[in-house]
Structure formats: structure tokens, C-alpha cells
Ligand binder design. Structure first.
Ligand code: HEM
Length: 411
């Protein structure tokens, strides 16, 4: 069987900063249509749904979070420490043990119970915009809303949500190699401040009978199931995983619906379409378009052998647009029947996103809140795109918020 190193493969620069928006999709779709595997600077990228699903579930490969950070020259310090204890970086028994300690607030049932809190935060954030005719959606809602929810779930004061959001942004950016190179100072400072903050939260006595994540973790520490360092790592994983991601997905969801006003109108007329709209946004624009794996032994897939020590980038974005799985995959359509194949936006296998149910519920509540208040949604200027590696966010989504449906008589 051929070694991947011997194959004549197309090459791809997945960190090319000019590739955003539709151009990003076009480049990846074209690449996937040529080959299921292509060469990138660090190793190889897997492009179709079958290959991406395979590598995410493969027991012979793990997330090289620390190795990728070390490649950027960060070999010690608070950031290194924080990432070492992140669930994504852990494996086997240690991963299972620690993940089971934080699963409680993230089950589908727990996400269901949090819906009234989501509404409460949406109402508070929307109050200043109640009569506005335009808004910048990222700063108004997409950014503060998930940070407030995570503060509530963790058991941190809501006033700290903004700080938590800023730390999450920098901590999350370690998954984007170009960001590490450009902002090592900010990332290190965020790691240091965040670790000190969590240690202080842990040292503060908890009110009896509390149900926040910190209460559970406090109890686990008291029973000797968890060290302080492990606890800091777990709170970090939830914070890193749960703020920037949902923010970015919500911003893209609003952007996609504003670009398709007739679909917004359909949502307004039939709110039962909301879960399908969330699912279609997750499929169409996965804000985690790439993740990475490192093979620990030689592995063979589709008659190609990847030697031990190979870095493989799993491209959820081209997998989610695979025409072998989805009809007309490059059309954003909340009414399309997409079949049973779930998008790979939340990953697959042992590291499947801990917060998937929470994120879906947050996105659904935000859409249901907005369609009740904004009958007609449109872009009010150009969208400012972030870069896809790491978390693919949007810096700005200017929206026009017409209070009457398009075509309806005002007043
Ligand atoms: C739309 C929003 C979100 C997206 C697209 C997303 C995406 C992902 C993906 C792709 C992974 C797996 C990465 C890999 O296997 O390499 C992951 C893991 C993870 N996510 Fe999310 N996520 C989102 C929201 C959240 C939320 C709200 C939380 C809050 C708890 C969260 C916490 C985590 C954690 C802790 C992991 C690591 C799980 C483990 O290693 O066992 N995520 N997420």
C-alpha cells in the first residue's frame, strides 16, 4: 500500500488570510472534488465526510494541541499549562474521568432547563435596542450572550462575563497558529490572568446547595477526585470551548439569514423551522472549519498509509458540503431535507463537543427571540470576516432591523 508521502497530491494553504466568505467554500470544495486528501504545511488535510469522520473517531490519533502550541515557540508558561489540562488535550482514562465530572450542566436536559435563563439574558441585552432601526449584531448580542450564559453555568458573577469573554477569545486563539505568532504577549497575559481568576473563584466558599459547575467541582475536590490544577483546566475547557464558538456561530447564523431575507420571513411565519435553521447554519458555515489530529501509530485508510507522527487536519467545512452526502450542498436552505447525516461541526468520537446541546439551545433561543421582534432582517453594510482557522468568527455584522414586514404598510 502506498505511503501518503509517496502520492502526488494537491497542496493547500488552509491559513491563507484571503480565503474567507464564499471564496473559502469554493477553494475547499474544489480541492475536495479533486482529492479526499491534500498536502498542507504541517501534514495533510482530509476533505470529504467519510475521511473527516474516520479521523475524528480514530483511536490511533489524538489532538496535538500542545505540539501545535510548541511549534509556535510557546513551550512553558500559563498558556502551556492551561492547554495541557484542557479536555481536548487529554486522552484515554484521564479524559473519560475528567469529562464525566463536567458533563452534568451540558446534557440535553440541562440545556432545556437553561432556556429561561437564555431568554432573560437576551431580554437584558436587547433592551437598549428595543426601538433601534439598526445594530451591530456581534457587539450587541452575539458576543455578550454566550459569555453571560457560561458565567451563569460555571457559577461566576455575571459582571465578570465581559472579562471571561475577552480571556476566552485569547485562549481560544491558540488553535489558530497565525494568531499565536501575532499575539503571543496577549495570549500569555490572558492565560495568567485567567488562571489567577479561576484559582480565586475556587478558593471562595460556595453557598450551600448550589448547582453551578463550580459547586460540583468543589465537591469533587473535597472528595479527593480532582486536583486544583485539573479543576482549573476543566473550567478553562468550558470557558475556551463555550464562549467564542457560540458567539461566532450566532453571528454567522444572523449573517446567513440576513443574506436570505425570504428564509427569515419563512422563519417568522413558522417558528417550528427554528431548529432546522440552526442545523442548516451549523452545516453550511461550521465555525470550527478545521481541527487537527496526530497519528500515534501507522494507520491505513482507503489504501493509503499515514505514518506515525503525521499531522492530519480534519476539514469539517468541506465534509459538510460533500455532494455524496447532501443534495445541493452549497445552497443555504433552512427548508431542505438534509437526511440523517449530522454535520461534523461539533466533531465526532470521544472529543465530540461537550457543549453541543447547550450551543444548539442558545442558538435556537436567540433566533426565536429575534423573529418575534424583528419581522424583517437585512444586512446594513459589509460584514467584516475573521479568519477561518481556529474559530471562524465575524468582527462585525451590521443589521437593519425593520419593525414591519417587507411590503407591509407601516403603522
Ligand atoms: C456552535 C458552538 C460550538 C461549536 C461549533 C463547537 C465545536 C467543537 C468541536 C469541533 C469540538 C471537537 C474538536 C476536536 O475534536 O478536535 C469541540 C469540543 C469541545 N467543546 Fe465545543 N463547540 C461549540 C460550543 C461549545 C460550548 C457552548 C461549550 C461549553 C461547554 C463547548 C465546550 C467544548 C469542550 C469542553 C470540548 C472538548 C471536549 C473533549 O475534548 O472531550 N463547546 N467543540
Amino acid at each position: 500500500l502506498p505511503l501518503v508521502t509517496e502520492l502526488d497530491l494537491p497542496t493547500f494553504d488552509y491559513a491563507d488570510p484571503t480565503l474567507v466568505g464564499e471564496g473559502f467554500h469554493e477553494a475547499l470544495n474544489e480541492l475536495r472534488d479533486r482529492s479526499w486528501v491534500a498536502r498542507v504545511d504541517l501534514g495533510y488535510v482530509l476533505l470529504d465526510r467519510e475521511a473527516v469522520d474516520w479521523i475524528l473517531r480514530a483511536r490511533e490519533a489524538r489532538m496535538p494541541a500542545i505540539e501545535l502550541l510548541e511549534l509556535q515557540g510557546v513551550t512553558s508558561g500559563p498558556m502551556h499549562e492551561q492547554l495541557s489540562g484542557n479536555l481536548l488535550n487529554l486522552h484515554g482514562e484521564q479524559h473519560r474521568r475528567l469529562r464525566s465530572l463536567v458533563e452534568g450542566p451540558f446534557t440535553p436536559r440541562a440545556a432545556q432547563r437553561l432556556r429561561p435563563a437564555m431568554r432573560r439574558h437576551l431580554e437584558a441585552l436587547w433592551a437598549p435596542l428595543a426601538d433601534a432601526e439598526r445594530c451591530e449584531f456581534v457587539s450587541a448580542l452575539a458576543k455578550p450572550y454566550p459569555a453571560r450564559m457560561i458565567a451563569e453555568i460555571v457559577g461566576a458573577p455575571i459582571e465578570d462575563a465581559e472579562r471571561l469573554g475577552t480571556w476566552a477569545y485569547w485562549l481560544q486563539s491558540v488553535f489558530d497558529p497565525s494568531a499565536v505568532a501575532g499575539a503571543a504577549g496577549e495570549i500569555e497575559r490572558a492565560g495568567k490572568e485567567f488562571t489567577a481568576y479561576v484559582r480565586e473563584l475556587l478558593a471562595t466558599p460556595r453557598p450551600p446547595g448550589g448547582e453551578a459547575l463550580l459547586d460540583t467541582l468543589h465537591a469533587a475536590m473535597a472528595e479527593g477526585q480532582l486536583s486544583t490544577a485539573e479543576c482549573v483546566g476543566l473550567v478553562g475547557a468550558v470557558l475556551i470551548g463555550g464562549v467564542d464558538t457560540t458567539q461566532a456561530q450566532l453571528a454567522h447564523t444572523a449573517r446567513l439569514l440576513a443574506e436570505h431575507p425570504e428564509q427569515w420571513a419563512a422563519l417568522r411565519d413558522d417558528p417550528d423551522l427554528i431548529p432546522a435553521a440552526v442545523e442548516e447554519s451549523l452545516r453550511y458555515e461550521p465555525i470550527t472549519p478545521f481541527t487537527a489530529r496526530l497519528t500515534s501509530v501507522d494507520v491505513t485508510h482507503r489504501d493509503v498509509t499515514f505514518p506515525a507522527g503525521t499531522v492530519l487536519i480534519a476539514a469539517a467545512v468541506s465534509a459538510n458540503h460533500d455532494p455524496a452526502v447532501y443534495d445541493d450542498p452549497d445552497r443555504f436552505d433552512i427548508r431542505a431535507h438534509r437526511g440523517s447525516a449530522k454535520p461534523l461541526t461539533f466533531g465526532a468520537g470521544p472529543h465530540y463537543c461537550l457543549g453541543a446541546s447547550l450551543a444548539r439551545a442558545e442558538l435556537e433561543e436567540a433566533l426565536s427571540f429575534l423573529v418575534e421582534r424583528v419581522p424583517h432582517l437585512e444586512l446594513d453594510g459589509p460584514v467584516s470576516y475573521g479568519t477561518p482557522p481556529g474559530v471562524y468568527g465575524l468582527h462585525e455584522v451590521p443589521l437593519r432591523l425593520s419593525r414591519t414586514p417587507a411590503g407591509a404598510a407601516a403603522g
